[in-house]
Ligand binder design. Structure first.
Ligand code: URA
Length: 231
């Protein structure tokens, strides 16, 4: 494998970032300073940055269109879990879901073994926007959008300002910058409207790929991972 691919797989940034590391003579392969990204790295080579040996465990980012009826967990004795929808190799690479969707919620679920970035995306301080498409019973009150914008008292907490866009009676999109347990369902239930169907259609800058059938996944592109880093 080429050195630049090796470093890229480990999450050392864009091609330009990696060229910079090599130009600054920070990278060695088997103790020899690498001069270019095309240098070959063998399976048993020791690659080091600033003298610190690296362990080759590539970073993986996946987008799954989660189907209903599957729990967001690594494994479960009784129920089907999202990791059961992926090839076994991803579990061995410590790939895990980024946050969770309820069993009956469908749509965009990211999975990764990049723990640091996953943690950042989930941190309440980062306010990563999530957009949900919701079908619910009956029609919402005329002031529902204003109530979502103002925050809804849910007993144990008041929701942060959220944007509600009604499409037709019983069908809306809700944009949130927080992700408390059952939050969308609780916000609508607080307005007396049980959720019938819930689908996450966007997270940060990343929309659910419309080409992904429920239960299928794809790798994120480099640009998509970059956009998550810079959301
Ligand atoms: N809000 C919910 O109520 N459920 C989900 O799965 C996600 C957001």
């Amino acid at each position: 494998m080429r050195l630049d691919k090796y470093l890229h797989d480990l999450g050392y940034g864009s091609r330009r970032d990696i060229e910079r590391l090599i130009k600054r003579q920070q990278v060695t392969v088997d103790g020899v300073r690498a001069k270019q990204g095309a240098v070959k790295v063998a399976a048993d080579s020791e690659v080091a940055i600033d003298g610190q040996p690296l362990v080759y465990a590539p970073t993986v980012w996946l987008m799954l269109n989660k189907p209903a009826g599957v729990i967001t967990a690594a494994k479960d004795k009784e129920q089907e879990a999202v990791m059961d929808l992926l090839p076994e190799r991803f579990a061995r690479m410590q790939v895990m879901p980024v946050g969770r969707l309820d069993k009956d919620t469908t749509g965009l679920l990211l999975l990764t073994n990049d723990g640091a970035l996953a943690h950042r995306l989930l941190s309440p301080k980062q306010h990563v926007e999530k957009v949900y498409e919701v079908f619910y019973e009956e029609t919402l009150a005329a002031d529902a959008a204003a109530q979502c914008a103002a925050g809804i008292d849910l007993g144990d907490f008041t929701s942060a300002p959220a944007e509600l866009e009604v499409v037709t009676p019983g069908h809306c999109f809700l944009r949130l910058r927080e992700g408390k347990f059952h939050q969308v369902k609780r916000m609508l239930a607080a307005r007396g409207k049980p959720v019938l169907y819930l689908k996450r259609v966007r997270m940060g800058n990343l929309p659910l790929d419309p080409a992904l059938e429920p239960g299928t996944y794809r790798y994120l592109t480099e640009d998509e991972v970059e956009s998550l880093r810079n959301f």
